[in-house]
Design a protein around this ligand. Sequence first.
Ligand SMILES: O=C(O)C(=O)C[C@]1(C(=O)O)C=C[C@@H](O)C=C1
Length: 370
Amino acid sequence: MLDIVTASEWFGSEFGRPIIIGGPCSAETREQVMSTALAIAEIKEVSIFRAGVWKPRTRPGNFEGAGNEALEWLAEAKAATGLKMAVEVATPAHVEAALKAGVDVLWVGARTVSNPFSVQELAAALGGVDVPVLVKNPINPDIELWIGALERINRAGCKKLAAIHRGFYPFEKRGLRNIPRWEVPIELKRLFPNLPMICDPSHIAGKWELVQSIAQQALDLDMDGLMIETHINPSVALSDARQQLTPAQLSEMVGSMSFPTSTTTDTSFARCIQTLRQRIDSLDAQMLELIAQRMKIAEEIGRFKLQQNVTILQVRRFEQILKDRLEQAEVIGLNHEFVKNLLEMVHKESILRQEAIMRSSGPGERKFPC
Ligand SMILES: O=C(O)C(=O)C[C@]1(C(=O)O)C=C[C@@H](O)C=C1
């Protein structure tokens, strides 16, 4: 369990869903921070300005952030725009410097979250701190590590918590920069329904032109906000140049997106969805009943195999099943990958049941080849 307060209580009543965070990957110069912040402040939906001050880079020799000096630029941007300021912290010294400079929101990056030692040190530094802390997912889709970081920070006394989904490391570099694996943030939402979930479509997309469709997908999946990298002139950005939007593009994007709510008071919608859900309930019940019948048959086959000393695995038969069912799937409009996964799961369960039958056979019941 996480002991958290809702996002609407973070900064007073005017603050809430969706939480839109915009700003450059890195704070590079005073001019870049000020011009980006002033332009972003014109977009009424954006309430928080983000900028990396200390940049954890994969390889040495790249721009590693402007450091403490950038905190002064952020303080100036905050005074000029009224936007809340957010920075990434990776060490207790970062936490101390950021809070001293009046930073309003801290986030913990994917690499830091991947290391419980670092998270524990950060948690100790965050003890009793009242600013919101946003916890990015770890690099690999390890939900326990993500939950562990949230718990460590929460146990230190931080109640203004949110998670950020920024996708997971792809072993092959093609298509999106990070693999979304939407099922992971969905599972986190299921486990912690009151934990705000913010999506970072910039890191998932890796290219500015793909950011909007990922952002829309996140909102359709009931995420509570977006963190979008925005730079006054992305072509000269010192980090993540390819995935940053201009403030004008951010404004257009936010204006053209749909922000669905998780529920509605419309009574005809409620009636329709209730009828449709009842049909789904009934079909699910039939589906499970059919799977149970199929398993009983697999067990019966297992008992014959035991008597005749025949192997459980029948590759040719399973291949034939896959081929036939996938042909049928295509005709009736079911996704190939989905049906293949489903059949593989069903086959695995059949095998487990037949193995249990073999294991429970008494001595002498099993023949051995002569
Ligand atoms: O046909 C069989 O021999 C079965 O035991 C059934 C079944 C299945 O579940 O479809 C299970 C295991 C075999 O590898 C092939 C198919």
